[in-house]
Design a binder for this molecule. Structure first.
Ligand code: FE
Length: 136
């Protein structure tokens, strides 16, 4: 197993110390930031989007598109094992939750209304991500 595939497991108390309150709410409590408030929603720079919890590369900038939905949106994850998808029946809706495969942190949801080539829109909380110009 390579380094990037090692699971990151922390106690709730540890997560509270390493994450900001907003990061903790999104990643560990499945919260959703208010639309159009995230610092990375309009980011157009070339680079990599990493998990704010564990640093794993989740999305590359070339997969980002302007969805006008108020959250960073991507057509495809950075590799087939970067994220995991789970049925989410909360709030009376059937949605597909997206989590970080490495630390289990909640990222957002994926919807079948994205552009070509995947037709998918990974709608991801800015607070769950960090951006790096290197490491695309
Ligand atoms: Fe993670």
């Amino acid at each position: 197993m390579s380094d990037s595939e090692q699971k990151v497991v922390r106690s709730d108390a540890e997560w509270r110390t390493v994450l900001t309150a907003q990061q903790y709410h999104v990643l560990r409590e499945k919260g959703t930031e208010r639309p159009f408030t995230g610092v990375l929603t309009e980011n157009r720079e070339t680079g990599g989007y990493h998990c704010a919890g564990c640093g794993a590369l989740l999305f590359a900038s070339d997969a980002k598109f302007d969805s006008h939905c108020g959250w960073p949106s991507f057509t495809i994850p950075a590799g087939s094992r970067a994220v995991e998808e789970h049925e989410d029946m909360s709030f009376g809706m059937r949605r597909v939750e997206v989590t970080c495969a490495r630390c289990g942190g909640h990222l957002g949801h994926v919807f079948p209304d994205g552009p070509h080539p995947t037709g998918l829109r990974y709608c991801i909380n800015s607070a769950s991500l960090t951006f790096s110009r290197a490491n695309v």
